[in-house]
Design a protein around this ligand. Structure first.
Ligand SMILES: [Zn+2]
Length: 201
């Protein structure tokens, strides 16, 4: 096999859920296709990297400084849902059941892996709660131990502000990632959320 094909397969293998076999299958498939297929793929990759940035308010992916959700006039600005990644936000958006705002944390606390509050958007979250008209913060993190720790950390951090901090109901927080939650579970999770911290009102 030529060096270039080996490099292509190695690059493809860096993608999530792509093993060695799949990487080789994709590389050989691309070689057999018309050159325009590779051009389109390469162009889309570079364009996405160049055009997409973080929303400066909620930190989801956006092509504008403030994303469509944050700049929409039809959202409930008193409710903020904290999620781990933009994909969690998109899942909730697809469900169509949540009308509030979001805050993408960028991960969950995991000191063993070097992920501390400083490497997440925790301070930005605190700033938003302090300056925006938010009445309830819903912690929409998964059910891992790290997610639990993060939820409690956020709850303590926000204790000094007049906001209610709640969590998704058991269905979602008992070990299920948002990605795998079906619409019914999402509905239930949103409707039956439990309050961790009632704020000082
Ligand atoms: Zn945004």
């Amino acid at each position: 096999m030529t060096e270039a094909v080996i490099r292509l397969a190695a690059a493809l293998q860096k993608l999530p859920s792509v093993g060695e076999k799949s990487a080789w299958r994709m590389a050989l498939y691309l070689l057999e296709q018309d050159e325009s297929v590779s051009h389109e793929l390469a162009h889309a990759l570079i364009e996405a990297k160049q055009r997409v940035c973080r929303c400066s308010r909620c930190f989801t992916w956006s092509e504008t400084d403030i994303c469509a959700v944050c700049s929409s006039e039809n959202r409930d600005r008193t409710t903020l849902c904290v999620v781990e990644r933009p994909r969690d936000m998109w899942i909730l958006e697809q469900s169509g059941r949540y009308r509030g705002l979001y805050h993408v944390l960028g991960g969950v606390l995991s000191p063993m892996n070097g992920i501390t509050a400083d490497s997440l958007t925790v301070e930005q979250l605190r700033h938003r709660v302090a300056t925006e008209s938010i009445a309830e913060v819903i912690i929409g993190l998964g059910g891992s131990n790290e997610a639990e720790t993060t939820a409690h950390y956020i709850s303590r951090l926000l204790a000094e502000y007049p906001v209610t901090v709640s969590r998704f109901a058991r269905g979602l927080s008992a070990g299920m990632d948002l990605e795998y939650a079906d619409r019914f579970t999402l509905d239930q999770a949103l409707n039956e959320r439990r309050v961790i911290n009632g704020g000082y009102r």
